[in-house]
Design a protein around this ligand. Structure first.
Ligand code: BGC
Length: 746
């Protein structure tokens, strides 16, 4: 039989299709690297550029729209888009994936990314709250649950964890991270990466993590978002880069380049950062995505004259995927033609993206995240809610408990819940709450009602709004307080006061809330203040005047239940602050691991480092948090007075629960390198253990310190330890510790 014309035309395509099938889908015989190379070898330049492009479903950050922009279908079919963000739903993502698989020549699956920061539909506590648990296993479980839920709704990749160190609470994005400390931040970064990605990234309920914002974003001058950052390479490496390195070591699939510059070089064009440190030093083999239009922002930064040059700088620096700037879409072909970007560079970026798509298993089953049945069964389940509740309970920090006002005995007292956040169901969701639903949120008032039952008399008055200046409802609130035996005063920030572009110049309770507190205080009723907020606040007046204070951050959908559990003693609070609380905004940036200076504060000497109008000390130090139990530390022991490269040091301490409640305590280990070739912080966290002690129980807690733990970037920027004397501190927070000394031998 003679071949007809159509058979002749189709023949090359059939052969091509068979090659793709053979090369791409025969997993059993090829490694991922070989499969990546096979795909790459068959791609056209246009298709390669397409893999480097990410567009949003909506016009703005956040999943306002679940559909792609008009025209996207066409671009997918032409292989001109590799990824979307802000598109959700098993069905919608399937429709788009089908276009990529069935209509595009190369059949390369799309990767769908989303900001799953603290939950998808089931809102978990904000990351700063979770870090207050000092419980990496719990945080890992929370991330795991979030991945299970998001993956069921078509999401392959979360733009989280945010691992930016934040030493300035004016910066609104402090809420998205794990606070001020590189050691705690590293533990949380690794836990979250492992939680999202699980033990098998190709499973259908694991999602790729994205360490962001790489790097130094939290160092914005004045705490103002997007602002200039300028610190030494030593501080950058010793402090800000540590959690990123920990996340890379934990296997994070991707990173996001940050908006900021450091010392004149914006991250999105920073080759030293994106290639030298990340790839050459750390051996990272995943891909880097830009932040939203951060390539375009190279123009206002003043390092690129136009979008074309911005694209050139970014890709050559090692920025693989362009989120929403269209620099690669519009200009990359031209840049390649002009020899400004080499095909090798493009290939390397495409390779990294394909590698992650392969690792996610998308080439083997592009629809594995698109099962509508699974979506229905997985979203907002009882199990999800329980996990959110457990995380919330462990994220609460007890800041003050004078005369043991807490826990409140159930059923004995008439309770007045007062304050603008007392019955809020929206604010406990916190910023970046994704598909969080206020209707699902248990408010503090509701949580207390649920706990005490219908017969309990619980009064409620808002007293004022969160931000407004009206005081007309004060009188009603005072009257209500007067009728009660105890007041639960729920104050703080609204959910939109922290997060991106939400920096503040003051850290006070907003509006007239402190004045409301003063009026309620005048009633003489015992007061428990419950604070909801996305950053440390200067609650100095409250600390001086009310009996008990609970820091609850934004705890998610089970906020009210978790808070009621703690108020009434069903849960003993065990959280510890991952950030220092200043007394006054003028003290910031304020962090425990600062340097000593040549003139450390000495009250007897005027010419030392202090504020002449205010105290030097924080309101609450890093690592601080009380319990209903009473923990006594004693018997700090070192296995030796020396530590060497081969002989680690064992440090032990006895902790006794001398109180009336069982409880958990976070035992913290700090060191100080007394003399170095460069100055060292006055304290550095090097270990922590969260232990449970029944009342009366004593436990011996042991830490092992190795020479590796004592390393830092020395005078010549080598990461080494230096022989000499060290102090070691073990205690309940960074300020209250037992201490001893040891020597690192040559
Ligand atoms: C934020 C990122 C976020 C991205 C995508 C940006 O504005 O800085 O943290 O992942 O938007 O929503």
């Amino acid at each position: 039989m003679k071949a007809g014309k159509s058979t002749i035309i189709l023949f090359p395509f059939i052969i091509f299709f068979l090659i793709i099938q053979k090369n791409v889908f025969s997993q059993s015989v090829k490694t991922i690297e070989e499969r990546v190379d096979s795909v790459l070898s068959l791609m056209t330049q246009t298709e390669k550029i397409g893999q480097l492009v990410q567009f949003s479903g909506g016009w703005d950050t956040g999943a306002q729209s679940t559909k792609p922009k008009t025209g996207s279908e066409e671009l997918i079919a032409q292989g001109k888009i590799g990824s979307f963000l802000n598109i959700i739903g098993a069905e919608t993502t399937k429709e788009l994936q089908q276009i990529a698989i069935e209509k595009s020549r190369m059949k390369i699956p799309l990767i769908f990314g989303l900001d799953v920061i603290h939950g998808f539909r089931t809102t978990f506590p904000v990351p700063l709250a979770e870090a207050s648990s000092w419980d990496p296993a719990l945080v890992k479980k929370s991330a795991r649950m979030q991945a299970i839920e998001a993956s069921a709704s078509g999401i392959h990749w979360t733009f989280n964890p945010m691992v930016d160190i934040a030493r300035d609470p004016r910066w609104g994005r402090i809420v998205e991270g794990s606070g001020e400390d590189p050691f705690l931040g590293s533990a949380m970064a690794a836990a979250r990466v492992k939680g999202y990605q699980g033990s098998d990234l190709s499973a259908n309920n694991t999602i790729a993590a994205c360490l962001k914002h790489f790097a130094g974003y939290g160092g914005a001058e004045g705490g103002r978002d997007y602002n200039t950052v300028d610190f030494s390479e030593r501080t950058f490496r010793d402090v800000y880069l540590k959690p990123f390195k920990a996340g890379v070591d934990a296997g994070a699939a991707t990173l996001m380049a940050s908006f900021n510059e450091i010392g004149g070089v914006p991250s999105s064009s920073n080759q030293q950062l994106l290639t030298k440190i990340l790839r050459d030093e750390w051996k990272f083999d995943g891909f880097v995505v830009s932040d939203w239009n951060s390539i375009g922002e190279l123009i206002p930064h003043g390092v690129a004259k136009d979008l074309k040059q911005a694209g050139e700088l970014a890709l050559n620096a090692g920025l693989d995927m362009d989120m929403e700037a269209s620099a690669y879409t519009k200009h990359l072909s031209e840049l390649i033609a002009e020899g400004k970007v080499s095909m090798l560079t493009v290939d390397e970026s495409v390779r990294r993206i394909l590698r992650i798509k392969f690792r996610l298993g998308l080439f083997d089953d592009p629809y594995k995240y698109c099962d509508t049945d699974r979506e229905k069964k997985t979203i907002l389940t009882k199990e999800m809610r329980e996990a959110s509740l457990e995380t919330a309970q462990k994220s609460i920090v007890l800041l003050k408990n004078e005369n043991e006002l807490l826990p409140i005995a159930k059923g004995e007292k008439k309770i007045a819940v007062i304050g603008p956040l007392g019955n809020s169901t929206i604010d406990p969701l916190g910023p970046w709450n994704q598909q969080g639903d206020a209707k699902q949120v248990v408010s503090v008032l509701q949580g207390i009602k649920n706990k005490l039952g219908i017969n309990a008399e619980i009064l409620f008055e808002e007293g004022c709004s969160i931000k407004g200046n009206e005081k007309d409802r004060f009188a009603k609130a005072v009257e209500t307080a007067n009728q009660a035996d105890i007041v639960v005063l729920v104050l703080g920030e609204s959910l939109d006061m922290s997060g991106e572009a939400r920096s503040r110049a003051t850290l006070d309770l907003p509006g007239v809330q402190e004045e409301l507190a003063k009026e309620i205080h005048k009633t003489g009723k015992p007061i428990v203040a419950v604070i909801m907020n996305g950053r440390p606040l200067t609650i100095t007046w409250l600390d001086e005047h009310v009996s008990s204070i609970l820091e609850t951050w934004f705890l998610g959908i089970e906020a009210g239940s978790a808070i009621a559990d703690v108020l009434f003693g069903d849960v003993n609070p065990s959280g510890k602050l991952p950030v220092t609380f200043p007394r006054f905004v003028g003290q910031v940036p304020m962090y425990y691991n600062h340097k000593n200076s040549g003139r450390p504060y000495n009250p007897k000497d005027n010419y030392t480092s202090y504020y002449s109008d205010y105290s030097n000390s924080p309101l609450y130090p890093f690592g601080y948090g009380l319990s209903y139990a009473k923990f006594i530390y004693s018997n700090l022991k070192l296995s030796s007075k020396n530590i060497s490269k081969i002989e680690p040091l064992k440090i032990s301490v006895e902790v006794k629960n001398d109180g009336l409640y069982n409880g958990e305590e976070v035992v913290q280990l700090y060191i100080r390198d007394l003399v170095g070739s460069v100055t060292r912080p006055v304290k550095e966290l090097k270990g922590f253990h969260k232990i449970f002690l029944t009342k009366g129980e004593t436990k011996n807690v042991e830490f092992v310190l190795t020479e590796e733990d004592l390393k830092f970037y020395n005078l010549n920027m080598n990461f080494v330890s230096e022989p000499g004397m060290f102090k070691v501190f073990v205690g309940t927070n960074s300020a209250e510790c037992l201490e001893d000394e040891f020597e690192l031998m040559d």
